[in-house]
Structures are given as structure tokens and as C-alpha cells.
Design a protein around this ligand. Sequence first.
Ligand code: SF4
Length: 341
Amino acid sequence: MNLKTDLKALSKKELESFIKEQGLPAFRARQLRHWIYERRAESIDEITEFSKDLREGLSKKAYISTLKLLSRQISADGTEKFLFGLEDGESIESVLIPDKDRLTLCISSQVGCAMKCRFCLTAQLRLRRNLRAHEIVDQVICGGRLIHPRSITNIVFMGMGEPLANFYEAVEALWRMTELMKISKRRITLSTAGIAPKILELAEKAPRVNLAISLNATTDEVRSRLMPINKKYPLRSLLDACRRFPLEPRRRITFEYVMLQGLNDTQDDARRLIRILKGIPSKVNLIPFNPYPGSEYRRPSDEEIERFQKIVLGGNVTALIRKSKGQDILAACGQLKAGYG
Ligand code: SF4
């Protein structure tokens, strides 16, 4: 067990107290934040702004943690999946998705997930533990280092876990990304399975990043079957929270809709979708299901998906078909299992 203090794990206040306890001036905390989050230093020794004595003295008491890259897989379509090891031996996955001029990093917020969505492989792990804020942020730092000289342009909280079920750490991670790493709020999207009260709390407590809702059904009956969280927060309360979510001008909420043959892909569903999204500035991403070994659902045909899209577009709702990437390396939406079981 490492008895030294992990500087990356400390909040702004905790870092300031730590520096004070060491008898160092307050500006050292600012310098440390700069080196950890902007210069992305992996060790105290890399902080050349500090004298050798200061680096050595500090290294006796503290260190800077980093995720350990356990494996890196590259899909035929260019998607990359990183398996990262955490200090306690757990592991998580992050996925880098190239799309035209974008390089989006999909990050995890928990080890496993407790939400039990029926179409998701991560759900089979159950929740092993919440990630700490620095472990969430470190996926961006390490991912950025691994793909250098390319840079990550967008970040989505759509990997393993439900970020709003790990609310405090997810919000703290968002603050570190926007304030300390200077990543634009417009380039970050948090996706939730629908913990309705936390959506409004997010608007109050976190920087105004983009919001995505994993919707996947247009009736409570089907949604509760697919996503048990719907029994607690049915569509009415979820969509009500979305209606009340304060959006900045010209921003929209993204609704993710994984298309499952014979379950949520009918023409009635398409028409209901238009109806239930009324009054919400929205954009729908239609995601054809990615079957995995043993999955109980099927992907609708291209014609069925296009017919669904046409009806939704006819209702003046933006609807895009998002072909999932990285299927050959199980990196696509709902396929992350971090090598467990
Ligand atoms: S889809 Fe997301 S929220 Fe649902 S079980 Fe999978 S990781 Fe959790």
C-alpha cells in the first residue's frame, strides 16, 4: 500500500492544505495544478519549475498517480479501446472514436454499473465501485498522451457506469476538465440512463456541459423492461426534468435510441417519439443495436431503421443514424466489460 499522498486525488482545497502543511507558499499549489492538469506531468520529478531539492523533498511525501495501460486494441474502422488498470487492481475501459475531423474519447465513470440495462454488456459486471474524480479525468490525460501528436477533440461520459449515480465525483471531474484542463464545455457530453432528480441537480452544480439521455423506448412498459431505472423514474418524470433543464441558446439535449428489432422500432414508436419529445429542444441519435455473444436482441434491418428515421424527421425532430464503431473489438456502445468475466 502506498502511504504517500496522491496529489492528483486531492481537490483544490485539499491540495492547498497539503502545501500549507508542508510549510510551502500557497503559489506552489497553483503550480502543481498547472503541471498536473495542463502539462500532464506523470511524476513530481517532471516538474522542472521546482528546484531539485523541492522535487526530492516533495517526492518523499507525495506522488502523482497515473492510470496503467493494460492493453490497447485498434479496430478495423480506426476505433481504439484502452484498458486501464487502477491502483487497487480494478480496471476500466475508454474508447477513442475517430469521426471526420473529430476524435472523441468515451470515458467510464464507474467500474461496472448497477443500472442493469438489458441490452448492455457492462451491466453484467454489476457495480464493482465508483471511480474517483481523478480516475475519471485521468482517462483524458492518459488517452491524450497515448494518441500524441493527435489530440482528443470531444469527451463523452458513455463508457462503463452511470455518471449521475456517482454524482459528486462526476461533477468534480467536470470541474477539473473545464477549469483546470481548459476543455470547452461544449465539447463534453454527459450521458445518463435517466436519474431524473440528478439531471436538475447537475444543472445547478456542474459546468453546463451537453446532456444526453439514453432513452431507448417510447412507452414505460418497454422502457422499464429494457432499463429498470425507468420503474423508479418513469418517462414522464424523466422528460419533465429534460423540459426543465436550463439549456443555453441553440443547445439541444441528445436522446440516444438503441434500435432493437421488434421491440422499439415500429412506426408507432417513431410517431410516439415525436410526441413525447414535444417542447424539448432535442436531437435523436438512432443507434442500431450491436449484438454481442449471447445477447437476446437483434438489430433491425437498414430499411426498418431508415423508415423509422424518416417518420421522426417528418415530425421536425432531428434524427441521425449513428453506426456504432469498434464492434470487432467490443468497443461499441454497451459492449464494455474491461476484461472481467
Ligand atoms: S447502458 Fe450505461 S447505464 Fe445502462 S447498464 Fe450499461 S453502462 Fe450502465
